[in-house]
Design a protein around this ligand. Sequence first.
Ligand code: FAD
Length: 408
Amino acid sequence: DKRVVIIGAGHGGGNLAASLRQAGHVGEIVLIGDEAIVPYHRPPLSKGYLKGSVDVDTLKLRPESWYESNNITLRLGVSAEAIDPAAREVRLADGAMLTYDRLVLATGARARRLAVPGADLRGVLYLRDITDADRIREAVRPAKRLAIIGGGYIGLEAAASAIALGSKVVLLEREDRILARVACTPLAEFFDGYHRAKGLMIRTGVQVEAIEGASGHVAGVRLADGELLGCDAVLVGVGAALCDHLARDAGLVCEAGGVAVDANGRTSSPGIYAIGDMTWRPMPLYGDRMFRLESVQNAVEQARRVAADITGKPAPTHEVPWFWSDQYDLKLQIVGVPFDSHRLVVRGSIEDAKFAIFHLSDRDRVLAVEAVNLAPEFMAARTLVGERRRVAAERLADTSVPIKEIVQ
Ligand code: FAD
């Protein structure tokens, strides 16, 4: 009958409340969130929600009534300001003090701010929550000029949505290619070509020096070589800044990559767990090396494992990490993480936008797979990566051998 307090009512926190009830937890559950809305899906914010094809109610993980019928106490619209592990207490911004038997940190991350002159002008936008998405929807209108800073998944998804809405979009990337941190070169080249063909102007290897304004509003982006690109709004998508200050202030062990947790989400402080984007977690499929995953699958998996740990149930089996991204009519699905990738094998046709890139180890083990518009290969990849299967490169590349046969 422990009292579980969850800080952060996002993907991890919301799912944890549900997993705890499913695991038979009968004690009190308090879910604290600084957004004034029940937990919701963030992925559509750069996709369907931005384009207007998904509404707010569809975004919610569960309707408001679910929390009441499952006896979850919601404290929304208020942030947690400090935790005291010795006293087992949480202080909220409204002055309330809450005691806990188990505390779970699920505060995720925020969009990293751009530190250049002019970054505080009106029309400089970020994308992490629903309020941000609403602002972007206002700015992304037919014939409006949008500059996107950062060629990661969020920047590219937002570019595809803005183009679908009729905006003129330029994407600025500091590295010499898009998706530099998160995709292999052939995949990035494919996306680069596909976006350009849809009308996105991509400028790689450029440094933003300042945002220029007129009457307090964005008027353009100044590059380091002096060039000025005129625009009506700027969307900054340069990665995430972790919301880990509660953990750091309370002396929990943290690394640069996040709050250190074990396979069951336990932090260094007894009774305190952490889940989701903010965690630096072991990767059991890859020799337990530590890593940070920013995905829905990771948040949901960690929520299940923490619920099992708190309720004394057997730990669920480890999942294979996966992630997806939708851009135009492309569905990218990624399985695993290509640590120590030795060789890339392409199966299918990059030209026809229907292919999978297999990352093999030096011993031909399937480490990770990036599949575009190839759901069967994605499904098979979950088994191949999860079982660390060895498959000959020639067999993978040969589409006359059905993927079902390879995975058997
Ligand atoms: P969050 O869902 O961010 O929840 C954290 C919550 O805690 C937030 O509501 C935050 O406001 C709140 N909070 C922070 N500090 C405090 C505090 N002190 N007190 C109270 N509350 C606090 N993943 C995929 O797998 N596929 C995708 O296609 C995909 N697309 C995405 C598109 C966008 C635009 C974004 C932003 C993310 C996307 N993601 C995607 C990532 C995915 O949404 C995250 O990995 C997931 O939401 C992480 O869950 P979380 O609980 O760790 O954090």
